[in-house]
Write a protein that binds this ligand. Structure first.
Ligand code: DLL
Length: 426
C-alpha cells in the first residue's frame, strides 16, 4: 500500500471520517455555492440535517445538467484567484463540462493517483510510459501528477503516434504504462507487427481505464505486452482518474479511495440507495475537494460494491467493473441492452477477438442492431452461434457480421467509440 494508515484504516474510524468530511462539505457548499444552496432548499434540507451517513440520502443528487446549467464555474466554492487548473470533458453534445481545481484539489488528485499507480504495481524509480491524452482531458495530466507523487519517471508521450510509442518503449525501458484498454490492444498489435514479443520490451504493469473493458481484453493485453493489467476508474466531475484502482496481485475489483470519495449505489429508476453487492448507478461525493466539491454526483455508471473480504488488507470497498452507462443504454424493441452485455457474450464464447462494433439502424419503425465482430475463423456456424447466444443470454435478436482481423475501428489513443447510431441520420 502507498498509504497503509489510510488504505487499511479501521472501518469505524473511516465511517467517522467520512461523516465529518461530508458535514464540512455540505456546510461549505451551502455557504459558498448558491446553486447548491438552492438545491438544498428545494429538497427541504439544511446542512445540519446530515447527522449520520444514512441522512445523506435526503440530499439531492448532482447531475451533468447541473454542471451545464452553471457553466463554466458556477459550482465553485472558492474565489477565482484560488483556482490552479481547469479540465474539461468533451461530452457528446453542446458545451463541455468544466471542472476546476485549487491547490488542495491538485494535492488530493496526486495522492489518489499515486495510490492507484502503487496498487497497479508502480514503485518509485520506475519509468512510466503515459499514453493518456495530455490537455483538457484529465487522463494525461492526472496520471502525470500521481506518477510524480509516487516517484516515477514519467514519459509524457500522450495518445497517438503508435510507431513512435513502440520506439520509445524499446528505447526508454518503461516498466509501467497507462492508456485506454483499446489503445493497449493497438500497441500490442503494433508490437506483433514489428515481429517483437513481450520479452523484447521491459513493461511489467499496465493501468487501463477511461472506458469499459473485459477480462478477455485483459488477457489479450497481458499476453501481448507482457504485463499485469489493472483497472483504473474515475471521472472529471469527481476528480479524474484515480477514484479507484485494482491491486495488481489481486485483480478482483477496484479499491475505491473512500477517504476522499464517498460511494453510494442507487436504483437507476427510483434513486433509492441499494445495499452492497447490488448493481445500480454509482453516485459519488468528492468530500475533500475544495474548489468544486461535488455532492452525490450521478455518474451514470452501472456497477456494484463488492461485498466480503479482500486479499490485500485494505478496508476500503472495491467496485466491480463498469457494466455500462445508464446513458449507453440501447433500447432495442423494448429490451434494454448495454454494449458490454454483447461483449460479455462474445467473451463467454471464447472464439471472437475483443474487437467489436455495434451499428444501430432503423427501417420503418423497427430498430436493428448489427454486431460486427472480428474473427480469424469466418464461418456461418460461428455467426449463427453468436446470434443464438445473444438471443438466449441478452434476450434480443441481432444481426451478426464477421469481419477480418484489423478491419474494425481502433483506438487512436483516446476512448474508443463502440456504437454507431444511424437511427436519427435517416
Ligand atoms: O475518463 C478519467 C479517467 C482517465 C479514468 C484515465 C481512467 C483513466 P471522463 O473523460 O470524465 O474521465 O470520463 C468518465 O469514463 O463516467 C465512465 O463512464 C468512463 N470510465 C472511466 N474509467 C472507466 C473504467 C475519465 N475503468 C467516464 N471502466 C466515466 C469503465 C470508465 N468506464
Amino acid at each position: 500500500m502507498f498509504q497503509p494508515d489510510r488504505e487499511a484504516m479501521p472501518i469505524p474510524e473511516l465511517r467517522a471520517l467520512q461523516l465529518r468530511q461530508l458535514q464540512a462539505m455540505v456546510h461549505r457548499q451551502y455557504e459558498h455555492a448558491a446553486p447548491y444552496r438552492r438545491k438544498f432548499q428545494d429538497a427541504g434540507v439544511t446542512p445540519d440535517d446530515l447527522r449520520s451517513l444514512g441522512d445523506l440520502s435526503r440530499f439531492p443528487f448532482t447531475r451533468k445538467t447541473d454542471l451545464r446549467d452553471n457553466y463554466p464555474l458556477g459550482l465553485t466554492s472558492v474565489p477565482a484567484g484560488a483556482l490552479r487548473r481547469i479540465h474539461a470533458s468533451s461530452g457528446t453534445s453542446g458545451k463541455p463540462t468544466v471542472v476546476a481545481y485549487d491547490d488542495n484539489d491538485m494535492n488530493v488528485f496526486a495522492e489518489v493517483v499515486a495510490r492507484s499507480l502503487y496498487a497497479a504495481g508502480g514503485r518509485p524509480g520506475m519509468v512510466f510510459h503515459n499514453a493518456y491524452g495530455y490537455g483538457l482531458f484529465t487522463g494525461g495530466l492526472g496520471t502525470d501528477g500521481g506518477g510524480r507523487r509516487l516517484g516515477l519517471c514519467t514519459v509524457p508521450v500522450s495518445g497517438g503516434g503508435t510507431e513512435r510509442q513502440v520506439q520509445l518503449i524499446e528505447d526508454l525501458s518503461p516498466e509501467i504504462i497507462a492508456c485506454t484498454p483499446s489503445y493497449a490492444l493497438v500497441l500490442a498489435e503494433a508490437l506483433r507487427a514489428r515481429g517483437m514479443t513481450p520479452d523484447d520490451i521491459s513493461l511489467r504493469y499496465a493501468v487501463l481505464g477511461a472506458e469499459p473493458w473485459t477480462d478477455k481484453t485483459r488477457r489479450e493485453v497481458e499476453a501481448g505486452l507482457g504485463v499485469k493489467a489493472t483497472n483504473i476508474y474515475g471521472l472529471s466531475e469527481v476528480i479524474g482518474p484515480g477514484v479507484s484502482n485494482e491491486d495488481a496481485a489481486e485483480q478482483q475489483g477496484s479499491y475505491l479511495w473512500e477517504d476522499h470519495f464517498y460511494p453510494e449505489i442507487v436504483d437507476p429508476d427510483t434513486g433509492a440507495v441499494l445495499p452492497d453487492g447490488e448493481w445500480g448507478v454509482l453516485v459519488l461525493s468528492s468530500m475533500t475537494r475544495t474548489a468544486m466539491p461535488i455532492l452525490r454526483y450521478w455518474t451514470g455508471d452501472i456497477t456494484r460494491l463488492i461485498p466480503g473480504d479482500n486479499a490485500t488488507g485494505r478496508t476500503m470497498r472495491r467496485m466491480d467493473g463498469i457494466r455500462g452507462r445508464s446513458d449507453d443504454l440501447i433500447i432495442l424493441r423494448g429490451v434494454n441492452v448495454y454494449p458490454t452485455q454483447l461483449e460479455a457474450v462474445l467473451v463467454g464464447m471464447g472464439q471472437a477477438s475483443p474487437h467489436y462494433h455495434v451499428i444501430l439502424t432503423r427501417t420503418g419503425l423497427m430498430d436493428d442492431l448489427t454486431l460486427q465482430v472480428e474473427t480469424d475463423t469466418e464461418s456461418a456456424a460461428l455467426r449463427d452461434e453468436i446470434t443464438r447466444q445473444i438471443k438466449v443470454q441478452v434476450g434480443v435478436s441481432v444481426k451478426c457480421e464477421l469481419c477480418v482481423p484489423g478491419s474494425l475501428p481502433r483506438s487512436e489513443g483516446g476512448k474508443l467509440r463502440r456504437v454507431t447510431d444511424l437511427r436519427s441520420a435517416r
